[in-house]
Write a protein that binds this ligand. Structure first.
Ligand code: NAD
Ligand code: USQ
Length: 397
């Protein structure tokens, strides 16, 4: 199948693109390289050295693999080019990763809040409007987030895959049962853009019958996949800084350089996780199992396990001997929460979950240790605060 991968130079998009090419698909990456530019602005680099997109693609071809094409395009701004490319290339499917994805970055300033909303919401809307204008019928696979459900108390209830069954009382005393989108409860401006994406999908699916799969993904950990390990120039990025680094990869990298693990608050927050290899596999499964024309938006919870952050830190400490540092939380989030998630859709499609085993955790620590001289320790603290009170608490430490 011919697949556009929007955001195919990023942490999830790059291993996904090479995996799809490896499985015989014709892949065209579209990316405006904004993630690389943000690193320059923040004066930080991926812990692993990453080749330019040109070198990546050359290395891929030199391995004798199916070539991958690249177009530098801003999905949020270049509507006409996107439309022309759709009409010219006629893709069967489009994977949409092309968004600003860091919650702390989105909360840094009014400028990063506005950028995140403009970029993410316009990008998704441009894609949907262009599909309608093109008259084509590609299957859209979007990378959403588990964070759309929110991390307050779910009172022990299992989080369903996107839709919640509700009973609506009728005037005659009877009850009418229906399924609605699970109520949204975003915890950052970034997460809010993903809840807005959900409404765009609901509307365009209802009105224009666009076939959409929205993947509510948990926190991705790990770095390389089978495909990106084939040549050093294919190496995937590894974010460790306070804005873009995600919690488990940060803990593993901190353990590698003997930096005390940065637990926010008491570490009572529970989050969903998925290894990068499984993330790649899930996108492939979603592409291979598209919804029918007229079917409502398919929503899958793309996660394999849930963990409490404090427990994760203890696990990493036990494995590596690292110390744990309990810090004032820069985020406005529940001190602790429960999280029970239904992920049956992918399991039924054949996903065999990779869980948090010591071998895989050690593998990430080894990668981090190998590149530890590239780490700028000043960039480790999370200084992006959600409220002014939290900003003061961080400054005073
Ligand atoms: P990333 O920042 O590494 O990759 C995103 C890519 O999209 C980058 O290469 C960037 O240059 C590109 N991009 C951004 N805006 C663009 C635009 N307007 N036009 C063209 N390209 C644009 O992020 P990632 O970690 O690979 O995440 C990819 C997607 O998966 C995101 O939508 C994110 O919300 C979602 N997701 C990520 C995680 C995670 O833990 N990394 C978890 C859940 C969901
Ligand atoms: N945390 C720490 N210490 C750290 C970093 C984070 O305790 O050093 C805590 C945070 O306070 C939070 C939790 O760990 O409670 C998760 O933070 P994170 O930065 O790992 O993840 P998050 O901000 O939620 O965002 C990441 C990705 C995002 C994706 C989301 C999936 O950046 O793109 O959508 O994970 S989810 O968390 O399921 O919403």
């Amino acid at each position: 199948m011919k697949v556009f991968v929007l955001g195919g130079d990023g942490f999830c998009g790059w291993p996904c693109s090479v995996n799809l090419a490896e499985h015989g698909h014709d892949v065209l990456i579209m990316d405006n390289l904004s993630r690389r530019k943000i690193d320059i602005d923040l004066e930080v680099e991926s812990l692993t050295p990453i080749a330019s997109i040109g070198e990546r693609l050359k290395a891929w071809e030199e391995l004798g693999s199916k070539p991958i094409r690249f177009i530098n395009l801003d999905v949020s701004k270049e509507y006409q080019r996107l439309l022309d490319l759709l009409i010219e290339e006629r893709p069967d499917a489009i994977v949409h990763f092309a968004e600003q994805r860091a919650a702390p970055y989105s909360m840094k300033s009014s400028s990063t809040k506005r950028y995140t909303v403009d970029n993410n919401v316009n990008g998704t809307h441009n894609l949907l409007a262009a599909i309608v204008e093109s008259g084509l019928d590609p299957h859209v696979v979007h990378l959403g987030t588990m964070g759309v459900y929110g991390y307050g108390s779910h009172r022990g209830a299992t989080i369903p895959e996107g839709y919640l069954k509700v009973e609506v009382p009728q005037p005659d005393g009877t009850r009418f049962e229906e399924e609605i989108l699970h109520p949204a409860s975003p915890g950052s401006v970034y997460h809010m853009t993903k809840t807005l994406d959900q409404l765009l999908f609901l509307y365009y699916n209802k009105n224009d019958l666009i076939r959409i799969t929205d993947l509510h993904q948990g926190i991705v950990w790990g770095t390389n996949t089978e495909s990106t390990l084939k040549d050093p120039r294919l190496t995937n990025r590894f974010d460790y800084d306070g804005d873009y680094g995600t919690v488990l990869n940060r803990f593993l990298m901190q353990a590698a350089i003997n930096y005390p693990l940065t637990v926010h608050g008491t570490g009572g927050q529970t989050r969903a996780f998925i290894h990068i290899q499984d993330s790649v596999k899930c996108v492939q499964l979603a592409l291979e199992n598209p919804p029918e024309k007229g079917e409502r938006v398919k929503i899958f919870n793309q996660m394999t396990e849930s963990h409490q952050i404090g427990e994760l830190a203890k696990k990493v400490a036990a494995l590596t001997g690292a110390e744990i540092n309990y810090l004032p939380n820069p985020r406005n989030e529940a001190v602790e929460n429960d999280l029970i998630v239904d992920n049956r859709c992918f399991i039924e499609l054949g996903l065999n979950p990779t869980t948090l085993d010591d071998g895989l955790l050690t593998e990430v620590v080894d990668v981090a240790r190998r590149w530890s001289d590239r780490c700028d320790k000043k960039r480790i603290p999370c200084i992006s605060a959600w409220t002014s009170t939290q900003a003061k608490a961080i400054k005073s430490t």
